[in-house]
Write a protein that binds this ligand. Structure first.
Ligand code: SAH
Length: 201
């Protein structure tokens, strides 16, 4: 998977390639789909949600330029796979999932597999995680129509955010934001299709 789907498509960060090679993706997909865990695409994980394509996980992880001392916020825990990949690269991952059974299952799986420095919370990611802010990096794995202001506010100076932005039906772009001394820098880096970021209930 790492060689043919990820390195071959231009992901070069060696720490990211190594982290992708170390996380057992089959542990994060439903039992009946295990044989397809290393395929080149997203897979359903229940509750109408999906685990992202391996290449997209690697691309977003590389875009964050993760450092061993970083604290990272993830919005959209889903299966916990992206959080597991990140946890091998940074000091701490705080991950928020709106759907409670998914949050609970991801937390259980991450603990069982020994990914200890990931904290999972059930809640609405639009609000971020104020008590744990500010973060060195933020990764959003569901698509809002606009970048939520609370997330920008919880990003450290110099910090990076990677987020799919756009409508549920129309075009979405993966946007890389960086908080620089001159202000917020924004670059669209890849057209994508993510599940929508749902407003909290
Ligand atoms: N990162 C995940 C993929 C997640 S799919 C993985 O590695 O498996 C996107 C997830 O975002 C879904 O689980 C969905 O329930 C969640 N989500 C949607 N809207 C949300 C919101 N407002 N706050 C937090 N999570 C949300």
């Amino acid at each position: 998977m790492v060689r043919e789907q990820i390195a071959a498509r231009g992901i070069t960060n060696l720490r990211v390639l190594e982290a992708m090679g170390q996380v057992p993706r089959h542990e994060f997909v439903p039992a009946e789909l295990r044989s397809r865990a290393y395929e080149d695409g997203p897979l359903p994980i229940g509750h109408g949600q999906t685990i992202s394509q391996p290449y997209i996980v690697a691309f977003m992880t590389e875009a964050l330029d993760p450092k061993p001392t970083d604290r990272v916020l993830e919005i959209g825990t889903g299966s916990g796979y992206q959080a597991a990949v990140l946890s091998g690269l940074v000091a701490e991952v705080c991950s928020i999932e709106l759907v409670e059974p998914l949050a609970r299952r991801a937390e259980t799986d991450l603990r069982r597999l020994g990914f200890t420095h990931v904290k999972v919370r059930c809640g609405d990611g639009h609000l971020g995680w104020p008590e744990a802010a500010p973060f060195d990096a933020i990764i959003v794995t569901c698509a809002p129509e606009e970048v939520p202001p609370a997330l920008v506010a919880q990003l450290k100076a110099g910090g990076r955010m990677i987020i799919p932005v756009g409508s549920q039906w129309g075009a979405q772009e993966l946007v890389l934001l960086q908080r620089t001394p001159a202000g917020l820098e924004k670059n669209a880096v890849l057209p994508v299709r993510f599940v929508p970021m749902v407003k909290g209930r």
